[in-house]
Design a protein around this ligand. Structure first.
Ligand code: IMP
Ligand code: MG
Length: 181
């Protein structure tokens, strides 16, 4: 994308690769939830792009809801202390809830969130994440659907930001050092 060209170091996952993977994940979810009507829960803001594309590969009646959380700490690190800024509109009791995430890094945000959502007594609670960072997961998490395992580098694009930019890149990329200043 021309607008950000000077900032991109390397494209790690192309737009085509993302779409094929989401199609696979969507088919799997369609099979796993056959006859049911899951509630997709997106964690704002990063997940909005994954949610939009993944949901169109799921051939089931779906409902959508969103949460906004903020983790205290520096821009590129997570502290594990999570504050709910916007809660869900839906009652989760007896629903098949599928949390859609852009990236699981330390896993601390997701762990907190899953504990919170489990307390609302859904029938099932699973996670679909496009990206998982290798090696450094600080907490044990059972992720039902994972798109790609990536190295422990800061990435942007496809919903993921640095300082609120780059979310609209159609691929996943690393940034040049100059883009951080
Ligand atoms: P975690 O709690 O460490 O798993 O990270 C939670 C959030 O940090 C993610 O949902 C992202 O918003 C953000 N994050 C983690 N790694 C990256 C990255 O490489 N690029 C952009 N955002 C990231
Ligand atoms: Mg972010």
């Amino acid at each position: 994308m021309q607008a950000y060209r000077g900032d991109i170091e390397q494209v790690l996952i192309s737009a085509d690769e993302i779409q094929s993977k989401l199609a696979e994940m969507g088919e799997q979810i369609t099979r796993d939830y056959a006859g049911r009507s899951p509630l997709l829960v997106g964690v704002l803001k990063g997940a909005f792009v994954v949610m939009a594309d993944l949901s169109r590969y799921i051939r089931l009646p779906l409902e959508f809801d969103f949460m906004a959380v903020s983790s205290y700490g520096a821009a590129t690190k997570t502290s594990g202390v999570v504050r709910i800024l916007k809660d869900l509109d839906h009652d989760l009791r007896d629903r098949d809830v599928l949390v859609v995430e852009d990236i699981v890094d330390s896993g601390l945000t997701l762990k907190y969130l899953l504990k919170n959502l489990a307390g609302r007594k859904p029938a099932t609670l699973e996670v679909a994440a496009l990206l998982r960072k290798e090696g450094i997961q600080q907490v044990e998490l059972d992720l039902r659907y994972v798109g790609f395992d990536i190295p422990n580098e800061f990435v942007v694009g496809y919903g993921l930001d640095y300082a609120e930019r780059y979310r609209n890149l159609p691929y996943i990329a690393t940034l040049k050092a100059s883009a951080y200043s």
